[in-house]
Write a protein that binds this ligand. Sequence first.
Ligand code: UD1
Ligand code: CA
Length: 456
Amino acid sequence: MYNCAIILAAGEGKRMKSSTPKVLHKVCGKEMVNVVIDVIKNAGIKDINVVVGRGADKVKEATEVNGVFYALQDKQLGTGHAVMCAREFLTGKQGTVAIFTGDAPLITKETIEKLTLFHREGMYKATLLTSIVDNPSGYGRVIRGNNEDVVKIVEHKDCTEQELKINEINSGMYCFDIEHLLKSLDRLDNNNAQGEYYLTDVIGILKSDGEKIGALPIPFEETMGVNSRAQLADAEKVMRKRINLKHMENGVTLIDPDNTYIDIDVEIGNDTIIYPGNVISGKTIIEEGCTIYPNSRIENSLIGKGVNIQNSVILQSKVGEGTSVGPFAYIRPESVIGKSARIGDFVEIKKSVIGDKTKVSHLTYIGDAEVGSGCNFGCGTVVVNYDGKKKHKTIIGDNAFIGCNVNLVAPVKINNDTYIAAGSTILEEVPEGALAIARAKQVNKEGWVEKKGLKK
Ligand code: UD1
Ligand code: CA
């Protein structure tokens, strides 16, 4: 049977106190609305309409990659009004529409599948996901009749004393028969505490028409909504736990999962060991058998097999198999480090290629350079890539041995199998097989200290 989805994402999110629309706040590195879109798609629903309003352009821009449709809600007159704004999306369609909110990112694919099946098999005109909670404050309450049937939903602000005690809450996630939903939307009013058109009132309307309403209770862990920064942190915690559990099930060792921060889309190979304090974000892929010692940040990078990383920052870069990085290395965007290489302590690499087995062990800056394989950089090498106006390239062949405290002033080329004497400032091309020395010759002034009367 036909199934589409609407995601409500037009609200302002006042309680977030943010200039960013609420649904664009991130949980484990991904905007909440994109988390919801992804999970709906994974559950097999491809035809998705996002209702945008507050910060519509920003929300559209952030969700564009997901190939969804949009409806605009100019004024935020309530969740029912938001669905009315998507009327065009529903018109002419027959079957089920699932409705979710862009601020409840913890719903799972399995639950969505269960919801749609339950809705279909029960032949309900509306089915809602609910949760039984200790503290229902702020949520709409599910009112059940004598025979346990759902009668209506009452918003927290509209509840009587008695209704406030009900601890079954509305998750804000539903399935509706499209035709019945459209007809009921026309009958909504805003005679309530908030002066809004509530989507939740559709349930009461359908019930009073004698239609069958289904309700599926699920754990609060999946229904939790995010209305404040504190709830955002709660949601992040639940999501983090799920992500980390998934990696452990895949054969990754997390020394302390409570203190390991891995974004939703990160992939990690088995037998990789991750120590606490690591932040692994974006679309990072870490292959198998790596060891990530504490306190690194790795973003949108590809880390090859058996790499060791300690206390380092790696951004938008690739690190080849068997290489070690850190402690305290900084690999900046668009760098490619080869296999079995070494990027040691206090080394910064910027937009550079470093060949296989090349060692850059300590206190070195390499920027805008192409470095071959088997090179060795002495301590304190600086690639001087910037002349105050422009950045220039440095090219270094294979097996170059760069002595300590060398400046390589770009643009410059160092050919294969060369040696550069320590303390040199290199401005000219060094031919293959040569030793380059570019420093003042040493002068010893015998007896100088005594002559000056400085001897102690
Ligand atoms: C809503 C439900 C409540 C439920 C709770 C679950 C209603 C009336 N209430 O309350 O029963 O327990 O979710 O989290 O539906 N939105 C729009 N346009 C609007 C208003 C809201 O698009 O005019 C969007 C928001 O961006 C948000 C979602 O709808 O993503 C829910 O809105 P919110 O104001 O957070 O509703 P709650 O008060 O949480
Ligand atoms: Ca909410």
